[in-house]
Each structure stands twice: as structure tokens, then as C-alpha cells.
Write a protein of this length. Sequence first.
Length: 149
Amino acid sequence: MKDKVIESPLNGGLCYVTPINETKNGYFCFSTGYKTNDLMVEGEFDFEKYEETLPELYKDLKRIDDNKRVWYPVTMNIQDKGTVFVNGTSKNNWRWAGVLAVEVNEEEKGKFKIPGTEDFYTYKTDIKTLKNFPQEDFIEALDYIGFFK
């Protein structure tokens, strides 16, 4: 059981496959920014429960592949780099967005406590750095936040 790269079932681009167990895998499509796994199969998974915490836009953007796996857009949050997420108002009006993380300065440190701990975050999101990318440019959004560095 090893990680591997396959052709994406969504668009033929790059899809990273990670074993969950001996028979099931997780899938992360770098070319579209969507993810799924072999448990998330239409008719076999409780999507109503899963979607309870998802933004409406993420639910509207879900896709189903030929194997009946249901795919959702990802939100990538890397504490010291930034976040990539879907930004828009409807499935007909959305883009990928990247926003950079910046270090929390000394004066602000007390404002950013990590829940359930005595520790504090050392980075915060700087909304002034928000940059939008076309739907087909998920990788560009990742590059903007420094994911590949």
C-alpha cells in the first residue's frame, strides 16, 4: 500500500491517491482541487450528514465520477503559508481564492489562543492578500500561498 499518482477521473489531470486501508483509497485531484475517497459512493454513504457542516457552495459544486464517488472542492490551510478555498456566490459564479498567512505580532499574540490549549497561534490570515484565480487554476492558487516551496 503506497501513495501513487493516477489520471484524474474528473478531468484526466493529476490525482494523488493515498491508501486508507487495504481496500480503500483517498483521492486528491491537483488539477481540479477536489477530493473524495472510496467510502464516499453515491447510495452507500450518508451525504446528508456529511454535508451538514459544508458551505452551500461546496455542496453545489460536488461532482460524481463514473465509479459513483462523490467529489467536493477542498480547502487547503497551511498555518505558516496561507489558505486556498472556493470563493463565490453560486456554482455559476465562483473562483479559487488564496490568502496568505502572516506572523502574529507581539501586540496581537494574546488574541489568537488555540482552543483547548494554553498556546497561541503564531500566524494569522491576512485578508488584504486575498487573490482570486480562475476555476481551472487551483494549482496557481496553491503556488500563490507557497504550497510547493
